[in-house]
Design a protein around this ligand. Structure first.
Ligand code: CO
Length: 136
């Protein structure tokens, strides 16, 4: 059901500043940067081995990440698991009574479909399920 950790997402107050930090301190460079308007985020993907670090900035104080930063400050925001079949995974979790933020897959960054699992009911961890675009 779960294939791998696709990315670990870190909320940051200033994306450009954070990218400088990750370049200067860790030697990591982004290979993708994108604003996902309906999620209220601007994200940068830094390849690391077979996965990514995702730096997550907010597009404003009223967004989910904006509120997170206000409440908790910068730091770990969520972990994304790659799955083969997002619909089937959501159906399985529903059957197990796990609380979902997204009942249905929705478009995320990089043309992927995503859905979030509520941290309540998952031992305090916000999880993003992610399915890569299918190539014909
Ligand atoms: Co993510």
């Amino acid at each position: 059901m779960l294939k791998k950790i696709e990315h670990v997402a870190i909320a940051v107050s200033d994306l450009d500043d954070a990218l400088n930090h990750y370049r200067d301190v860790w030697g990591l460079e982004p290979d993708h940067r994108e604003r996902v308007e309906d999620q209220g985020v601007e994200e940068a993907m830094l390849p690391l081995g077979d996965s990514y670090l995702q730096l997550l900035g907010s597009t404003g104080p009223e967004t989910t990440v904006g509120k997170f930063l206000e409440r908790r400050g910068e730091g770990l925001h969520h972990i994304a698991y790659e799955v083969d079949d997002l619909e089937a995974t959501l159906a399985d979790l529903k059957e197990k009574g796990v609380r979902l933020i997204d009942e249905e897959p929705r478009p995320g960054g990089r043309g992927h479909m995503v859905a979030f699992v509520h941290p309540e009911g998952n031992r305090g961890l916000l999880v993003e399920l992610i399915q890569a675009p299918r190539h014909a």
